[in-house]
Design a binder for this molecule. Structure first.
Ligand code: 13P
Ligand code: SF4
Length: 369
């Protein structure tokens, strides 16, 4: 696979200049050799959106919830997390103190997670709770920083992922009269609609506007307050793509991730987490056809895995998560070498105060799941 990198960045990861000259094949060979050498003290986790060359080294693959659940019971000292920053933070929090969690590229973030920070959330909470006497329960999608997970723990809410959002939101609605859902407006809206909440009972809080663009009356009237955030990758799927695909081939099943907009989600045949998508395609009979609305590395992998099924991307454009794609075999090699030298790099560590309350919110989610 083509591995684009810039030499300066490469030197930062691989201080020994010789190694920056390694060919792709040499990088993969060295990763394989080192992984074998370190097998007693190392486990590699990989999210479904990772590129093939990276996922081939993963001992455990899965969606966000599965990886967080598996991380809880790991017994190896070093955990290399091939995914994005918030996932590695979660792994650090759920593993025991003696574990070292490593993210091969520190710039592998999530643009959606960057759409909400603690200062903005605190400010919104102050306005929202002043606007109504009714109890608001905060729910955060796991795609956020540990500081936001901590906010949710401090305020008796819960975390959710795309695979358990329905259960978590139902729990929250039994506990309180209103919901603040962040940072992904689409997962929040789609799931609440599925639970019977009408679109006009939901409002969007936009932190770039005064009071989020809402009046106290609008807050008091709404059942659900959705943060304005979204995933730039899943925004790429449009209802027109569904119309086009269905027109060309009415037998295509459209299956999408719930981070897609309401329009796409509502018109798709099925929707669910990355694992739901993988399992549905796996269990479908030979000859099935799927147009998939999620990240392109996963779609391409499913396409090569099931030669007896037709699997295409729902969008004619490449919907690539560029931050997931930052994790490259070269960075994985740098992490492995650093472990071998007993000087691990790119270690993810959440401070104790943040962890205490973030864990409260994570435990709440695990209980509901
Ligand atoms: P999953 O939990 O479905 O794997 O989703 C993670 C993600 O970041 C999707 O964009
Ligand atoms: Fe974040 Fe979207 Fe990438 Fe998922 S696909 S990690 S939500 S930017």
């Amino acid at each position: 696979m083509l591995d684009l990198y810039d030499k300066k960045e490469l030197k930062a990861h691989l201080p020994e200049i010789d190694e920056s000259e390694l060919s792709e094949t040499e990088v993969l060979e060295q990763c394989l050799k080192l992984k074998e050498e370190l097998k007693d003290e190392l486990v590699i986790l990989g999210h479904h959106y990772q590129q093939d060359d990276v996922i081939s080294f993963a001992d455990i693959t899965g969606d966000s919830l599965q990886l967080a659940q598996k991380a809880k019971s790991l017994d190896k000292k070093y955990v290399i997390f091939c995914g994005v920053h918030f996932m590695a933070e979660t792994a650090d929090m759920v593993t025991t103190e003696d574990k070292v969690v490593i993210l091969p590229d520190m710039k592998a973030g999530c643009s959606m997670a960057d759409m909400a920070n603690r200062r903005e959330i605190d400010k919104s909470w102050e306005f929202l709770t002043k606007s109504t006497d009714k109890k608001i329960v905060p729910i955060t999608y796991i795609n956020c920083t540990a500081a936001l997970k901590s906010f949710v723990g401090e305020n008796d809410g819960s975390i959710c992922t795309s695979s358990n959002a329905k259960g978590v939101i139902s729990w929250a609605l039994e506990k309180g009269e209103k919901l603040l859902f962040f940072p992904d407006q689409h997962l929040g809206r789609n799931t609440c609609f599925e639970l019977g909440i009408q679109l006009d009972e939901m409002v969007v809080y936009d932190p770039r506007k005064l009071n989020g663009g809402l009046t106290p009356e609008a807050v008091d009237k709404a059942k659900v307050i959705l943060w304005y955030g979204y995933c730039s990758v899943h925004q790429g799927f449009k209802k027109e793509h569904i119309d086009l695909i269905k027109k060309k081939d009415p037998e295509m099943t459209v299956i999408v991730h719930p981070e897609c907009s309401y329009d796409v989600w509502k018109n798709a045949d099925m929707a669910g987490s990355t694992s739901f998508i993988c399992n549905t395609i796996d269990q479908a009979p030979s000859g099935s056809k799927f147009a998939v609305g999620t990240e392109i590395n996963l779609v391409n992998r499913l396409n090569s895995k099931y030669e007896d099924k037709e699997i295409v991307s729902l969008s004619p454009y490449q919907c690539l998560c560029t931050t997931m794609y930052r994790v490259r075999p070269r960075w994985l090699l740098a992490s492995l070498k650093a472990i071998k030298n007993k000087q691990p790099i790119n270690v993810i560590k959440v401070d104790d105060h943040t962890k205490k309350f973030a864990m409260k919110a994570l435990d709440q989610m695990f209980k509901i799941s």
